[in-house]
Design a binder for this molecule. Sequence first.
Ligand code: SAM
Ligand code: SF4
Length: 465
Amino acid sequence: MPAVNPHYEWPMRKLFIKTYGCQMNVYDSHRMADLLAPLGYGVVRTPEEADMVILNTCHIREKAAEKVYSELGRLRVLKNAKVEAGGKMLIAVAGCVAQAEGAEIVARQPAVDMVVGPQSYHRLPEMIARVTRGAGAVLETEFPVEEKFDSLPEEEMPRGASAFLTVQEGCDKFCTFCVVPYTRGAEFSRPVADIETEARRLVDSGVREITLLGQNVNAYHSDGPDGKAWGLAHLIRALAKIDGLERLRYTTSHPRDMDDELIAVHGEIEKLMPYLHLAVQSGSDRVLSAMNRQHKREDYFKLVARIRAARKDIALSSDFIVGFPGETDKDFDDTMDLVRQVCFAGAFSFKYSPRPGTPASSERQIPEEVKDARLQKLQALLFEQQRAFNKSCEDRIFSVLFESAGRKEGQAVGRSPYLQPVHADGALPLIGELHEVRIVAALPNSLKGVLVEAEYSTRVGESAH
Ligand code: SAM
Ligand code: SF4
């Protein structure tokens, strides 16, 4: 008997979504699943099982975009096999590659039925209807961002203990290396009331931690219920009042938009986790200016000092690009120096990847082997700092939000306030909850901990004998 959708008494259709790239894509993939649930689509784990496959793509670097075409080649084989066996399979390409390449995707891979940009995926149900009626491949790459959020249904799919919530989309900053302003469109902030409603619904469904998302999340500005303009700080204060919501985070932040109020909120709101991702990209003023980042290295140092003064236990992470056109050895040394001075608990670092249509892509490029050597050097330093930070966590007690089962029997994995994965034996029944954990060992990419309550009960048990 075919599986039945719990909401509707008709045979369940199977949906597989593969997500590439940033957390905003993860959020969008969840929303696409919510959107298609009323049509009878339930999410499955492999494309082999699926009646419909969505690739939710990323265009930020060339490698990310090329991966999509290889995956489409594999899906075409799968689709042909299904059709030969009398079945069918729809293939949709969503996300930023869809936005940037549009009809070119169908030209390169005719097995694709739908191409839908990140601001128009709310139109997927009608696109599916058009394809099923035999309209051929269907494309939607407009930017009706406001309409998108208004048309999305309530959340259908369970999110677990930690969820993303997009509060801001797009970007007006036009860094010379970046495709986001072209693929996600102009900056847009969602109304406060909509965000509060979505946050409450998430909490009612068991979510304990929400990460507010935006390409430039700290540029958030919208009308509050009091008719006044609210920035991100104001929004965080309001969300922190929701009972049952234990943790808040936000990402990604641009240094230029870290205002005094937002810095102050880090010292005021306990629920706001002491871990901040503050992308700097380079430590060289010359490169920062060529990137159009609109701040200097000295501004970044001053900003970090103010944030650390507001919240003593805060740790920082960042994004770096090496091998930007024109980057000299001296510029790269300035980046290494900035890293040494700031000291990061974690970071993402990339080789510059020329993106079509962006100003820096037409500049003279740095040889690949130079980029490789610089990336290796930078990553070694960042990794050393991450290890040192993890080591400094040994013997500390962290509140850990358990999210999933670990590899060992009875073990669960959760996140520390600093987003480090923490493994603890015997914590399996505690998934979805926050518990105190003593960190007993720092591994390079995670921590090992012991539940404080288990330690306590062992001690009580020992003294009873
Ligand atoms: N809005 C954030 C900011 O201003 O820092 C960054 C968001 S961007 C989607 C994520 C990261 O991808 C950037 O911080 C940058 O390090 C990296 N990135 C963007 N374009 C890139 C490119 N052309 N080559 C390499 N890395 C890139
Ligand atoms: Fe891209 Fe961030 Fe620059 Fe906007 S601020 S253009 S998202 S790197």
